[in-house]
Ligand binder design. Sequence first.
Ligand SMILES: Cc1cc2nc3c(=O)[nH]c(=O)nc-3n(C[C@H](O)[C@H](O)[C@H](O)COP(=O)(O)OP(=O)(O)OC[C@H]3O[C@@H](n4cnc5c(N)ncnc54)[C@H](O)[C@@H]3O)c2cc1C
Length: 392
Amino acid sequence: MPLKKVLVLGGGIAGVASAIAFRKKGFSVELVSDRDYLFIYPISIWIPFGKTSFSDVSLSLEALSRRHGFTVFIDRVLAIDAASRTVTYEKRGVTVTPEIVVIALGASKKQHKGIEHTVSICGKPEESLVIKERIEVLVARGKGRIAFGFGGNPEDPSSVRGGPAFELLFNLHHYLKHLGKREDYEITFFAPMKEPGARMGKKALSDLAALLEQSGIETRFGKKITRFENDGVVFEDESRLPSDFMMFIPAGSGNEAVVSSDLQVNSAGFIVIDDYCRIDGVPGWYAVGDAAALEGPSWKAKQGHIAELMADNAAFNASLEHLDRQGEMKGYREHLHILCVMDMGNGAGFVYTDGEREHYLSLPLIGHWLKKGWGSYYKLSKMGKIPRFPGL
Ligand SMILES: Cc1cc2nc3c(=O)[nH]c(=O)nc-3n(C[C@H](O)[C@H](O)[C@H](O)COP(=O)(O)OP(=O)(O)OC[C@H]3O[C@@H](n4cnc5c(N)ncnc54)[C@H](O)[C@@H]3O)c2cc1C
């Protein structure tokens, strides 16, 4: 009997995890992505400082597809129509989907006025190289004012991404220190929340505040950002933060192809799913990773390991519903937690929160190697060269 077909839209952490998980359950899988590589965002934070290369942070989708036996098609999704069960692509045009579809298109970024004056480590992968260039220009100039920050999204705080902003900030501090040039640069960290990073827990918050002070990094917290100009940030009270270079991470919002579709989305544009990652009202369709609206505690966050868990669950649940396998459906909500090794340039902070327990552990030096080790583990395990530990 021919294998049941699954279409996976998106080739990021969630899409690739889905393709692998559905293959393992015995489905035939086609993955469509607008780029031919998986970009491993968590380890991209070192690109701007030359501690890793773009290619080291990328995994070829072609190589992954050969290893796991799925097919890859490089194309951009322009439109999704659940009613007619069709997807419109840039190259392929309109096609009817198979019975099972997994949407893993990630998120877009919330738009701010003047955003073009900023660069983001969470934007398109190529932006990591632009940040590198801009830092090199500033270093060559010998002095400068640098502003790093991140934005909020009151409509869906789970899409706020502050961790990488802290990582880039402290990596920059140590990079300049290493060059013996730290005193020549004013560095300011800005965010609209009064306590950026609060969802990582009280201990993390107080340790980060102490670290900012020790590192001579100025802060501008608790003021909404009105706009960016080519030479600085303007806040709601019209105060300005002059800057020669702004790295800003806007919060996430719904992917354009999703927002313009007939899928049910929350007010921030993320796809409404049930606990089993099934898209409301469209039998056989699932959404996983950053594209999906997470339900659960107020501190929940869109993270890579949650994306992987959702992908595994979607494949398992689909095998019960579409291949008549036996078992109990698996939900993602009871597994929500924040887990992150936050690299600080000379070590890392280990963060774990699940609503009941809150841990923050400073790991000088070894923390950096832990995160590096995770990067190697991720690549090797995805390529099937070493076993994968569930949930990591
Ligand atoms: C800098 C950074 C550091 C991070 N650090 C951590 C960390 O330490 N720990 C952690 O757990 N999480 C971390 N995260 C979060 C984690 O990386 C994300 O949650 C994860 O990447 C989400 O995966 P995704 O596949 O849902 O989305 P994405 O990785 O955004 O993938 C989306 C995919 O869809 C494709 N796509 C998008 N639109 C289209 C279209 N129209 N047509 C075709 N293809 C399309 C893209 O090319 C991409 O392949 C970090 C994120 C960033 C940005």
